[in-house]
Design a protein around this ligand. Structure first.
Ligand code: GLU
Length: 374
């Protein structure tokens, strides 16, 4: 499969990392770099493309102003830093886009704004309205009120969630690496850049540095998690080095990057929401028959589940894994973890005898399931 051309996309989310936007040593905004990126954004916008920005940098900017110590910050310190830095960050975007004739609109979201369905729909409507008005939404996590348990903590997954929520057809992650390598390049000099990933297999996950854990954070693993959210939700994703001037133009000109492709089928809004579950609470390991059955549109029955992991409750999102360890998709489970473990591998007609109540015949119903590209 070849890399798609940048011209074909109509709605694009551009995620900008803190290290690109803020000079770490001085804690100051890198104005020249931002201006060049804004030129790229302006070129897209002028062609009629809807552009959304997910911008980090609030904490990085605020910590300098507040003279907070170097190194990891305590939660309250990052909250304070974000409160100070977000003002300057939003102003910088409003100025740089404004000078090019675009209107910026700030949106700050928490994890609950995307995980709770009613709030998700509300945030989605606001994004939609801003874009109807041709404004450029500039999104960040609302770090001042996000606490440890309810925070993304990284803007890669937040950007993927925003992209699927906005129905974007492309997510661009601008980072300090030009894409996914066959092995971590700083450890292995012969590692090669992978230009196109048609499907996120177990191999791809391990290239990102060990078997991905659903709770892993930071670096390439988080980017792979973002790619899963994006591609299952119907959005292509590309990782590219943002440290060059005009990084979007460089992608358009065929510069080095990694594309993660989504299947061509349009995805329903509800399935997009399921696919984007940011904190799946467990994992179901399926046998070959069940993996094949759900890929042909069937529900997942307990009989096809080999093993159950995690401490989920009924209605929580869980990851569905094939026998080779690859993620097939995500779904909302009809049973609590203990009950799911009890009926795993058993026939649906035994459920009542095993659990003492007659629950659903399906462990995950097909309507509650979102699958990745084949
Ligand atoms: N939301 C954080 C900030 O604006 C950044 C998170 C990230 O770097 O991914 O500072």
């Amino acid at each position: 499969m070849t890399a798609p051309s940048l011209d074909r996309f109509k709605r694009v989310v551009v995620k900008v990392g803190s290290s690109l936007l803020v000079d770490g040593a001085k804690g100051e905004l890198r104005h020249e770099w931002l201006a060049a990126l804004a030129d790229d954004i302006s070129a897209l916008h002028a062609r009629g493309v809807d552009v959304l920005v997910v911008s980090s940098g609030a904490i990085a900017m605020g910590r300098t102003v507040l003279k907070l110590p170097r190194g990891a910050l305590k939660l309250e310190e990052s909250q304070a830093a974000a409160a100070v830095g977000q003002i300057a960050l939003a102003q910088a975007w409003a100025d740089v886009l404004g000078r090019r004739g675009m209107i910026a609109g700030q949106i700050l979201v928490t994890l609950w704004d995307t995980e709770e369905r009613r709030r998700y729909l509300n945030a989605r409507a606001t994004l939609g309205r801003l874009m109807d008005l041709r404004a450029v939404p500039v999104v960040n996590e609302n770090d001042t009120v996000a606490t440890t348990e309810i925070r993304y903590g990284d803007n890669d997954r937040l950007a993927a969630r925003v992209a699927t929520m906005a129905g974007a057809d492309l997510l661009v992650l601008l980072s300090d690496i030009d894409g996914l390598y066959t092995a971590p390049p700083h450890e292995n000099p012969s590692a090669k850049l992978i230009p196109v990933v048609p499907r996120i297999t177990a191999d791809i996950e391990s290239m990102a540095g060990g078997a991905a854990s659903e709770l892993s954070r930071g670096g390439m693993r988080t980017k792979i998690e973002a790619a899963k959210i994006a591609t299952v939700g119907g959005t292509h994703m590309v990782i590219a080095d943002g440290r060059v001037p005009n990084p979007l133009r460089r992608i358009a000109e065929g510069g080095p990057c990694t594309w993660f492709l989504t299947g061509s089928n349009p995805v329903s809004a509800r399935k997009t929401w399921i696919a984007g579950a940011v904190e799946p609470k467990g994992v179901l390991h399926l046998d070959d028959g069940a993996a094949k059955a759900i890929r042909t549109g069937k529900s997942l029955l307990p009989a096809g589940v080999i093993r159950v992991e995690g401490g989920f409750e009924r209605g929580d999102a869980v990851v569905l894994r094939a026998p080779d360890g690859g993620e097939i998709g995500r779904g909302l489970i009809a049973y609590d973890a203990a009950d799911a473990a009890m009926i795993a591998g058993r026939s649906s007609k035994d459920i009542a005898a095993l659990l003492g109540y007659s629950g659903r015949a399906e462990m995950v119903h097909r309507d509650d399931m979102a699958l990745g590209a084949e």
